[in-house]
Design a protein. Structure first.
Length: 301
């Protein structure tokens, strides 16, 4: 039947219709994006190699920073190559499987960032507020467990989210963005499709990562109270916590804009602005975070 054929077609390709406003200046946009992506790769790979090769930097703070950089490489690779290819193509399509994979990579990248920030906050809390217990607790084994937690938790959570999306029957092929977003795929579900489980899982995911945010706030409340007591602690805070705090603020601001947009879906926004809000998490933090670390941390200069 026609319905079956349409459903079958949905599972072949989606149309990324967010490129409509970019076609008039796609060559300069391609050039700028390619240069920017190369800069992201260069600065993050350089920092990872620097930490790996310098034994003086084989400390929890720097190992977590290298994990941050690896995550930036992972997340941006899920977006930029496809985006650059689409800018040069006359047809911006993506396979059903490719769309789910891109949504998985980008969402897991974002939540890996928050998980790593939470582990970083915990590391700084132990180093400054519990210095006598720091080395006995933050062993290589414990650090490995925390790094695995910061990666495996979001990967598993978003594997579940994407698997739930993959079971839905879809009645549309048009994604009005320049990349695949899980909630937009769910919105393409046919009226009779059961999306309740998807919604519950999405809310549970939000609760998990909001709790990460509260944990980070709790650790920084104690850090600030502790560091206010002495000049030495304040200097230590400025040197080791300020880069992390700046990265955290950048993350919160970027995700705040995204959350407000997703919640209210302002129709007055131009297509270009909607696209920027969608991809800003892949533009600002992957470049700013390693740059902040290099500028702020003496050992990396």
């Amino acid at each position: 039947s026609g319905t079956f054929q349409f459903q079958h077609f949905v599972y072949l390709n989606f149309i990324l219709s967010g490129f409509n406003e970019t076609m008039n200046f796609r060559v300069p946009l391609f050039t700028f994006t390619l240069l920017y992506y190369c800069m992201i790769l260069f600065i993050n790979i350089s920092l990872v190699l620097l930490i790996f090769l310098d034994e003086n930097l084989h400390e929890p703070m720097y190992i977590l920073l290298s994990s941050f950089c690896i995550n930036a490489i992972y997340g941006t690779t899920g977006f930029y190559p496809k985006f650059l290819s689409d800018l040069l193509s006359s047809s911006q399509r993506i396979s059903y499987e490719g769309c789910l994979l891109q949504a998985f990579v980008i969402y897991s990248f974002v939540c890996c960032d928050l998980s790593i920030l939470a582990v970083m906050a915990f590391d700084r809390y132990l180093a400054i507020c519990r210095p006598l217990h720091y080395h006995s607790f933050m062993t290589n084994r414990r650090l490995s467990q925390l790094v695995c937690f910061s990666w495996l938790t979001p990967l598993c959570i978003f594997a579940i989210n994407v698997l739930l999306t993959s079971r839905l029957k879809l009645c549309g092929i048009n994604i009005r963005r320049v990349l695949c977003v899980n909630w937009l795929i769910v919105k393409l579900a046919c009226p009779e499709a059961e999306t309740f489980t998807n919604n519950i899982t999405a809310y549970a995911t939000v609760i998990i990562y909001v709790s990460h945010g509260f944990f980070i706030m709790w650790t920084y409340t104690h850090l600030i109270k502790t560091c206010a007591r002495s000049r030495e602690d304040r200097e230590k805070f400025m040197q080791t916590c300020l880069p992390h705090l700046t990265s955290l603020i950048t993350f919160i601001v970027v995700m705040g804009f995204q959350s407000i947009y997703v919640q209210f879906e302002y129709t007055g926004f131009s297509e270009s602005l909607k696209n920027f809000i969608t991809v800003e998490i892949l533009i600002i933090p992957p470049f700013m975070n390693p740059l902040i670390a290099i500028v702020s941390t003496d050992m990396l200069l």
